[in-house]
Design a protein around this ligand. Sequence first.
Ligand code: NAD
Length: 248
Amino acid sequence: MLENKVALITGAGSGIGKSTALLFASHGAKIVVTDINPEHGEDVVKAITHKGGDAVFIQADTSRPEDSERTVAGTIKSFGKLDIAVNNAGISGASEPIGNYPVESWDKVIAVNLSGVFYGMRYQIPAMEKNGSGAIINVASILGQVGFANSVAYVAAKHGVVGMTKNAGIEYGNKSIRVNAVGPAFIETPLVKDAMTEEAYESLKALHPMGRLGQPGEVAELFLWLASDKASFATGAYYPIDGGYLAR
Ligand code: NAD
């Protein structure tokens, strides 16, 4: 589905980003794996190239605009163009009610999860304009639509990602650049597992009518459709993938 496409994926060293990199590569895309963690990023590149795919790693912190600019420049240098960007890197932040929420955690989560997506699009879109087309997937969350106790920074950032995506859809709809947001419910990745006790993790399942958490690969399949030419009329929208979470 992605033959001859070049895809840049942030936070591609783990979880949803890693699954996306592997899936996109299996559909013929050349992959720019970016992550703040070089070991994990290089491992994903190795996994792709061992299977005969094309991939490079660029270490980057999405909360730094200069890293985003450098990542896009590196993509053009390696593969000549940018067709697809998945702004996926994200962190969970502190777990406290608003009255106790640590200001440093607020600043960090907003920097990575909200500003990071803006910095991404800020440099990806001009490269796509030069290319004549493009598809961007911004990774939001179900928490881009509803609240979740003790997660104010994450919830605010993800609501912001949905808003930015709408704006991008409006601004670039007539320029062959499609921009969409995806809202996964709780997915079995280190981001969720590392942030909570085994007991809390188990109780999360009950919030999903399907009675389970999602798998990273199930989210990557939606990214694949949105990134492909099959999604030719999809832009400026929010797509939940949530085992029924938001239906309750
Ligand atoms: P993960 O922790 O498994 O992977 C996140 C990756 O991002 C890691 O490789 C990490 O090194 C990288 N990263 C962290 N900070 C970074 C930074 N500043 N710059 C560059 N890379 C950075 O997490 P995941 O669950 O795969 O989450 C991926 C995205 O999906 C995030 O945006 C997250 O908010 C979103 N999401 C996850 C879930 C879930 O339940 N797992 C649900 C909804 C949305």
